[in-house]
Every structure is written in structure tokens, then in C-alpha cells.
Design a protein around this ligand. Structure first.
Ligand SMILES: [Zn+2]
Length: 929
């Protein structure tokens, strides 16, 4: 830290280093030929360096935004919309003409009127758009820096703000100010950016190093892309689990800007990308939304031609997944786009073709497209406003006549998660109704408290895209994908092929073609029902298991050292039946504050609590039986740093800490050999690879000893390979090779290189495994005659190959409801499967396949799966539990915490983490412990 260079020195060093390449731009230039008002403070005056001569920190970005706002109180307004996990401020600013900034409240009200065609007629809409001279401006929203190590866009945000505020006698800026209001989010991910800036600062030397491998360019785990809990926030717009995204969604709902641009960076060798979108396109986007992107692409291209910048369009960045920043605003009717810039990852970089690119240049590119986008918005103000009104109108029309008229969420099963889904929809801006009395629709009955979502509302397409169980890519695109796969060419699908909030939350959403008739009230944010405690207990409080509210109750009670016992057989008390896993709090075993704490927690978690005055069970075991075991307060360790995947590690921590309020210890893998593991009851190995090398021989041995002494080890995804490796020997499974379509799998095929572990099965077909062995120099193989192209085709097939890589589909899982790990879990859950790993089931003498994928005809629940993958995944394990000494090893073949939006898997994961320790040792309850 003591070596931190001051920005002036660094910018000077940058200039010296690149003197040759920068000679043409010794004088800093914003927009060529622009004249600026000297009263508006320049970047250099406030921060001490010109834009692009330093990677600005969050504090510097805030400092300059504040300076601009202070100097232009009549033309710029700034709002704070959230705070990051690390306490940094998130702001957006509105920049416009003095007249528009003054009447912002009126503009906001007019936009809201335009957004609701149920209240606003065609004629009213026309008047709003024209408004006899005082036109309704088109709002454009420019969002910078959601990925913290994509550095150029936040610095471009500052240039954009300055140019709009300081330009004088500029026709283009005058038009922008007259017809638009520009909303700027200068930095969406301050926590991630600070990690990048810190790494840059601590590694910077005398001169900026253009070598892309230099430490200043190369970030330590997990890099600055993600936020504090290592979420890729550009995937978080479906479940809005992170404050940075939730806050921005709320801000967007205040203004409903017509244009949304998310400005990113890509690899160093790439040029620049802007709209229109690549295929596949989400079918819930309208044709006009896609076509109108051409206005923006073409205007950007005009300036790129003028200034000699290269770019590409219609490739790579597709518009299928709706959880990107550059897609969510499209589902209220905006046009949303991503712009991508080749990154310097520092102040200067040498591309692989030896050209030198400076940070200044990349910042300037994002600045140019930002201004060009404002200009395009101004030029198309009327059409954009008209199109927005038409979008909202047609959404209501479609929702009133399409086969799906409503979604009904029946309030049963995991009711706290049903409530959470309803609240999330309201958070998205969807109108949701709650039934104040039981009602029926068709043959189905729904209890009071159930939720109804009508499609006859402006958010209809958002509702469909969040709630439908299947959203499909175009047939033609899929055909081309299959052909690419056959030729081993890269896929053109950018993210997952499936999402569906009801499936992710495992909440039944019934679609109906008829409108429900009953008594309903509108659902508002924060109105989820609270849990109730029915009475004061003399003997025990009992909380039925099976809802996320009860799970929150468990973690809170354990955290506060309450004593809990839980049953592995159903029992009936006072006529009330409790399934496995109920939480029993005996009054005599717990402190006097029990009653008030249980009441407080029922309110905050939504869990219902029953008070009992007798322990006599009418049926099943009583509390003193060996079928009740103590749930102990576990100390949880999460393996951290390489080789874990930051996302998997961060999401596991987030789910336990922030969704369930329980602290964890995160310890770097390379220190695991030196840590006193006996202090921990549960260790989580997140998805990752090469654990053996990171732990070292000592770490592996200590981990094994710890499990055998009674530890609970939870492994996710790639960590299974480490457990299954012969040297670890903690889990009796292996990854399979892929099968080939039309070829029956044979036993004993050689594992594919870098893939399957010992005993890989399947794959070997026409050739013998021996043929795969490398031949000695000069050796020959047996001759073959090909009589048809199919013979060649067959001969080209590799002996053994990993399963085709999956982009992410939702798979149906069947759970073994007799096992403690599935307590409270419904018979069917859904997992997000991706990648190439399909595992052999564990043998019955070694352990239990406690949850397995459904059969070949049911396993694909949503999205797209290669046909062979689907057939091979059927009946394979999702959750395996193996006993090792006195401990348990639990493996999830797919990440249950994926993006922290697989709420339907929370109970399985929490059972592993919190109930695992109750099921270790030689016996339990009345056993021989
Ligand atoms: Zn990005």
C-alpha cells in the first residue's frame, strides 16, 4: 500500500511509456471540434488527470460526479439508489436542459401515464407525446461498469456527463438536450472495480507494462468482474438477489427509460460490438424492438467510420436469456442493448497482432457510442415514445386473448417460498393479486392467500418470460447449433437455455384460460404474511419442516445457541401430524427467552409454530426416542480461493449468510493443511477443479482424517472429481464418457483425455480401446475399406469423448424421501445442469443416491438438451451420500446455489450443511455415541 503511485505520476508514466503511440494525441480531445464552457469543471481540474490516463476508483468517480452536479445544479440531478455489500454508494444522474430538469416530476408523471394504456387513451397518448411545444423527452439510460474489471466504461461515463454539460454551440448536443433526458449510472459494481484498481495499483511499476501477462493486467482470484459475493450481476436481473441490481431495477421503474445501454468490455484482441443483437432472440421480444436497434447500430457505425474504429454487430451477444442488464428493460417495453469494448485491462496493452492499445482510446470509444446513442434517441424521440405506448397496449391485448390468461400460485407446500415468488413478481413491477378467501378456477380449488397474476397488463411479456415453463429458441437456429456441434465448432448460445422462476423456486404455477372469480386484493411489496405462534407452550414448540421459513428459523435458533431436536420418523402430537425433520424446542432445555424469540422469529421468517403442552405422541416416536437427534450448531468452513470457482464459492456463502442469516468461515484452500479442522463441523468444497494440488498431500490427509472423525463434507460439481480420485478415496463415483447417437455404449471404454476418472464407461464402439493408445514411430494399423461416406463418418468418431457440453437446462430430479438429507423436500425438484459431468451412481454398499435425475422422457424440464445427453442423464445421481468412518460425504453433481436463484433446492443444501452433523458418529440419540 505504501508504494501506491499517485495518479499524476501514473498518468505521466503512461504517457512516457507510450510516447510513440500517443504522440498524435498529446492534447487531450473529447469530441473533435467541440467547444466547452470553462465554467464546467474538467476531469483534469477535479481529479488531476485526463480521462483514460488513470483507471478511476469509485471515490474518484463519485468526486467528479459531485463536482459536475455542484457546478450545474439546474442541469444535473443525482440520486443514490443503493449501497453495495461493502457500503459503497450507487448513484444515477439525470442530465438535461434546464427546462427539462426543472420539470422532471411532471415528465415522470407523464411517462407513467403513457405506460398505462388502461388509463390513457390513444388521443391522450398523442397529446402527451406532442404536448404543444413542451415535448415529452425520450429518456435514455446509460449503465456503466457492471463488471468491475471491464474498466473503460465508468471513465467514459464521466466524459459523457462532461460533454453533455459543457458543450456550447453544438447542434448535436443541443438536440439531445431538447429532446431527451440522459440518465447515467457511472458505476454499477464499485466493489468489483475496487478489486481491479487495487490490484493494478499494487503491481504498477515505473512504466505501464503492455504485456497482457504482467501482474498489473492479471488479477488474483476471483478477479474484479463480480460483486462482493462474487455474483455475475449481469445474470441477476431475474431473481434480483443483489442490492446493486435490485436498486437499479427500482430506479428504472421510476423512469421507464425508452433506451437502456449496458456498456461492457471483452477480450483484448476484440474490437467493438454494438447492436443489433446476435441470434438466438427471445421470442417474447417484439419485432419492432429488434428492428429499431438498427437506428442505434447505424448511427454508432457512422461515427466509427468517421474516426476509423473497427466494430462488429449481430455476432456473439445474443438476446435470449432475460436476466442480463441489457435485456430486462426490454420486457417493460424499452430497447435495451449491450456495447462491448476490447479491453486494455490496464493503461496500455499489446494485442496479439502487436498493435498497442491505450486505455485512453478504449475510454473514448465508449464515450463516442454513448453520445451517438443519445443523438439517435433524440432523432427518433417521437417514434420511440409512440412505440413504447403501442408496446404496452399490445401487451394487454395479447394477455386478454392468448390461451394463458392467468398464472395461479396456490399457497401450499413451501408457503414462504410461494410468498417470496409473489413478492419478487411485484418487485419486477408485475401486478399480483392475493385471494382473501378460497376460490376455484375450473376443477381446481385454491386456498385463501393464493396469488393470481393476470396477463392482461402492460407487463404481460415480462410475466411470460419469467413464468413460462419453456421458452424456445427458433427451430432454424437449433438446427444450425446441432450442425455446429457435430463439426465440433463453437456453440453460438451465450448463456443458459432455461430459467423459469416457478421451477427454480419449485412453486407450482397453474396456467388458466379463464379468469378467476373470487375476492382479491392487490399485493404490495413487503406484505408477505408473517408466521404465527398458536399459544404459549408448557412443554415444547414444534415447527413443521418443509418451508424456507422453517429453515430460516432453524439457522436463527442455532445461531442463538437454542437446543433443537428433530425426528426421522413422523409423529402425531395433540392430533397434529409432523413429517420428518420437524424442529422441536423443548421449553425445559432452552432459556426463558424462548417464547419471545420464537414469536419474533415467526414474524420475521414466516414460519408457523405450534405450542404443545404435552409430549405424549398419539402416534410415532416421542421426543426421548432414538428417532430424535440433536441439531447442533455447526461451524461452517467454505473452501476459498483457487481452485474453487469464485461464483460457486461466493454463492454458497451468500445463500447461507444472507438468505439464511448464518455466518461462515472462508479459508483459502492452500491453508487447509495448516488449519485446525476440528473446530469445524461442516466443510463445503465449491465447484472447482484441481483441489488435490491446492490442498497438498498434507491437506488431503487432514481432510480425510477430519471426515473419518465425524465431519460433514459437502462437495459441489467439479469438487466431486477430487473426492472420487483414488488418492482421496472419499466418494465411490466417477464421471462418465459421453455416448454417441445411434451407437450402443460398450462397457469398459477408455476414459476421454482429461475427463473421466477410473472405470469410465460407455463411448467405445466401433474401435477397441487399444486402438487409442499412441503408436510407436513407424507402427501401422490394420487396413480398412470405406464403401460409403457413413463408414468415414464412423471412423472419424473418437474412441471416447466427454458428453457434449450443455449450456444450462433445468432437469427434473426425483428424491428418495426416506433419507435424512431429503427431509421436508418434495418428491420432485429441479436442478440446473450444465457442462459435461454425468456421474456413475454410487453402489448400494457404499452409499445412497439420495436424489436422481428423472427418466429419459421426463428429465428435460425446461430448455435445450442434446438428445444423447438427455438419454445419458436419465436416472443418474444428483445427490450422493457416502459414509466415511464416522463422517458423511455429500455430493451435489450440479450446483444447488447456482446464481442463488434455485430456491427450490435450498432445503436439500441446508439439510446437508446443518443436518449432516446430526447424522455422523457411531450412532445417534440413544445409540452408542
Ligand atoms: Zn461484461
Amino acid at each position: 500500500m505504501g508504494l501506491k503511485l499517485n495518479p499524476m505520476l501514473r498518468s505521466l508514466a503512461a504517457l512516457l511509456a507510450c510516447a510513440a503511440s500517443l504522440s498524435a494525441q498529446t492534447k487531450f480531445e473529447y469530441w473533435p471540434g467541440a467547444t466547452y464552457d470553462p465554467a464546467v469543471p474538467t476531469h483534469k481540474k477535479v481529479l488531476g488527470y485526463d480521462p483514460g490516463d488513470h483507471v478511476s476508483s469509485h471515490a474518484q468517480i463519485m468526486q467528479y460526479m459531485d463536482a459536475l452536479a455542484a457546478a450545474n445544479p439546474n442541469r444535473m440531478k443525482v440520486w443514490e439508489y443503493a449501497k453495495t455489500w461493502e457500503g459503497r454508494k450507487l448513484v444515477y444522474a439525470a442530465i438535461g436542459s434546464e427546462a427539462n430538469i426543472k420539470r422532471l416530476p411532471q415528465i415522470q408523471a407523464d411517462i407513467k401515464r403513457l405506460a398505462d394504456p388502461r388509463k390513457t387513451s390513444d388521443a391522450d397518448a398523442k397529446r402527451l407525446i406532442a404536448q404543444g411545444g413542451a415535448n415529452l423527452p425520450a429518456l435514455v439510460w446509460l449503465a456503466y461498469g457492471v463488471h468491475g474489471n471491464e474498466i473503460s466504461s465508468p471513465d467514459a461515463a464521466l466524459m459523457t456527463a462532461y460533454h453533455l454539460l459543457a458543450s456550447r454551440n453544438d447542434k448535436m448536443v443541443d438536440e439531445i438536450m431538447a429532446k431527451t433526458v440522459v440518465m447515467i449510472v457511472p458505476l454499477q459494481n464499485p466493489d468489483g472495480r475496487e478489486r481491479f484498481v487495487f490490484n493494478y495499483d499494487v503491481n504498477a511499476g515505473l512504466e505501464p507494462d503492455p504485456n497482457p501477462q504482467a501482474a498489473e493486467h492479471s488479477e488474483p482470484w476471483p478477479g474484479g468482474r463480480t460483486n462482493h459475493y462474487y455474483f455475475d450481476m449481469n445474470r441477476d436481473w431475474l431473481a434480483m438477489t443483489q442490492p446493486e441490481i435490485r436498486g437499479q431495477i427500482h430506479a428504472l421503474q421510476e423512469w421507464l427509460p425508452l433506451i437502456y445501454v449496458d456498456l461492457h468490455e471483452m477480450g483484448t484482441d476484440a474490437t467493438y460490438y454494438f447492436a443489433p443483437d446476435a441470434n438466438p432472440i427471445n421470442p417474447h421480444l417484439t419485432q419492432a424492438q429488434e428492428e429499431n436497434q438498427n437506428w442505434f447500430g447505424k448511427n454508432n457505425a457512422r461515427y466509427f467510420d468517421k474516426f476509423g474504429f473497427s466494430y462488429f454487430t449481430k455476432e456473439t451477444y445474443d438476446a435470449f436469456y432475460p436476466g442480463y442488464g441489457a435485456s430486462w428493460p426490454a420486457y417493460y417495453g424499452g430497447i435495451s442493448m449491450t456495447y462491448e469494448n476490447g479491453s486494455t485491462r490496464g493503461l496500455v496493452v499489446k494485442k496479439s497482432d502487436d498493435t498497442i492499445v491505450t486505455y485512453r482510446e478504449t475510454v473514448r470509444r465508449h464515450f463516442i457510442t454513448s453520445i451517438a446513442t443519445c443523438e439517435t434517441t433524440a432523432q427518433h424521440r417521437t417514434e420511440l415514445l409512440e412505440e413504447f405506448f403501442r408496446y404496452r397496449q399490445s401487451a394487454i391485448e395479447e394477455g386478454s386473448k392468448e390461451p394463458v390468461r392467468e398464472y395461479i400460485l396456490s399457497r401450499k407446500g413451501d408457503v414462504t417460498t410461494v410468498d417470496k415468488l409473489a413478492q419478487l413478481l411485484v418487485d419486477h413491477g408485475v401486478e399480483v393479486k392475493r385471494a382473501t378467501a378460497a376460490f376455484s378456477n375450473g376443477a381446481r380449488q385454491y386456498p385463501a392467500g393464493s396469488y393470481v397474476v393476470s396477463c392482461a397488463q402492460p407487463a404481460k411479456r415480462l410475466i411470460r418470460v419469467l413464468m413460462d415453463s419453456q421458452v424456445s429458441m427458433a427451430e432454424e437456429f437449433l438446427k444450425a447449433e446441432e450442425a455446429r456441434r457435430k463439426r465440433r465448432q463453437p456453440s453460438e448460445i451465450y448463456d443458459v437455455t432455461a430459467w423459469s422462476l416457478p421451477m427454480q423456486y419449485n412453486v407450482e404455477a397453474v396456467t388458466t384460460g379463464t379468469v378467476s372469480d373470487g375476492k382479491f386484493e392487490p399485493v404490495v411489496l413487503g406484505s408477505a404474511p408473517k408466521g404465527v405462534v398458536n399459544g404459549k407452550a408448557e412443554v415444547a414448540y414444534v415447527i413443521p419442516w418443509g418451508a424456507s421459513g422453517a429453515a430460516k428459523m432453524l439457522t436463527a435458533l442455532l445461531h442463538s445457541n437454542y437446543k433443537i431436536v428433530s425426528n426421522d420418523r413422523p409423529f402425531t402430537l395433540d392430533g397434529k401430524r409432523y413429517e420428518m425433520g420437524a424442529l422441536v424446542l423443548k421449553v425445559k432445555d432452552n432459556p426463558a427467552t424462548l417464547e419471545q424469540d420464537v414469536r419474533r422469529l415467526a414474524e420475521s421468517t414466516g414460519a408457523d409454530v405450534n405450542a404443545h403442552n404435552s409430549s405424549w405422541a398419539d402416534d410415532g416416536p416421542t421426543f426421548g426416542s432414538s428417532h430424535f437427534s440433536s441439531l447442533r450448531k455447526p461451524a461452517i468452513l467454505i473452501a476459498w480461493d483457487r481452485p474453487t470457482q469464485g461464483g460457486s464459492a461466493g454463492q454458497a456463502r451468500f445463500v447461507i449468510e444472507r438468505q439464511f442469516g448464518y455466518p461462515t468461515s472462508v479459508i483459502r484452500t492452500e491453508q487447509l493443511g495448516a488449519v485446525d479442522l476440528s473446530k469445524f463441523q461442516t466443510i463445503i468444497l465449491p465447484d472447482g477443479g484441481a483441489y488435490t494440488a491446492s490442498f497438498g498431500v498434507n491437506g488431503v490427509r487432514r481432510l480425510k482424517d477430519w471426515v473419518q472423525a465425524g465431519g460433514t463434507l459437502v462437495a459441489v460439481g467439479g469438487a466431486i472429481q477430487f473426492l472420487a480420485a483414488p488418492a482421496t478415496g472419499l466418494l465411490s463415483t466417477a464421471e462418465e464418457n459421453g455416448i454417441k447417437e445411434g451407437v450402443a455404449p460398450a462397457a469398459g471404454g477408455a476414459p476421454a483425455a482429461g475427463g473421466g476418472r477410473g472405470g469410465g464407461r460407455g463411448g467405445a464402439a466401433a474401435e477397441t480401446p487399444a486402438a487409442a493408445a499412441p503408436a510407436a514411430e513407424g507402427a501401422r494399423v490394420a487396413p480398412k475399406i470405406f464403401t460409403t461416406p457413413a463408414d468415414l463418418d464412423l471412423a472419424e468418431q473418437p474412441i471416447a469423448e466427454l458428453p457434449g457440453s450443455l449450456h444450462g437446462a433445468l432437469a427434473k430430479v426425483k428424491v428418495d424421501r426416506e433419507h435424512w438429507i431429503t427431509e421436508g423436500v418434495p418428491e420432485t425438484v429441479y436442478a440446473l445442469v450444465s457442462g459435461r459431468a454425468i456421474h456413475q451412481p454410487i453402489k448400494a454398499d457404499k452409499g445412497v443416491n439420495a436424489a436422481v435425475f428423472a427418466g429419459p422422457n421426463d428429465v428435460l424440464a425446461s430448455g435445450y438438451m442434446w438428445d444423447e445427453y438427455r438419454k445419458q442423464l436419465a436416472f443418474k445421481p444428483f445427490v450422493m451420500v457416502e459414509r466415511s468412518g464416522r463422517g458423511n460425504v455429500i455430493a451435489f453433481t450440479a450446483d444447488p446455489n447456482y446464481r442463488a436463484y434455485m430456491d427450490g433446492l435450498n432445503l436439500l443444501f441446508l439439510n446437508a450443511v446443518f443436518r449432516g452433523p446430526a447424522h455422523t458418529g457411531g450412532g445417534r440419540g440413544g445409540g452408542q455415541e
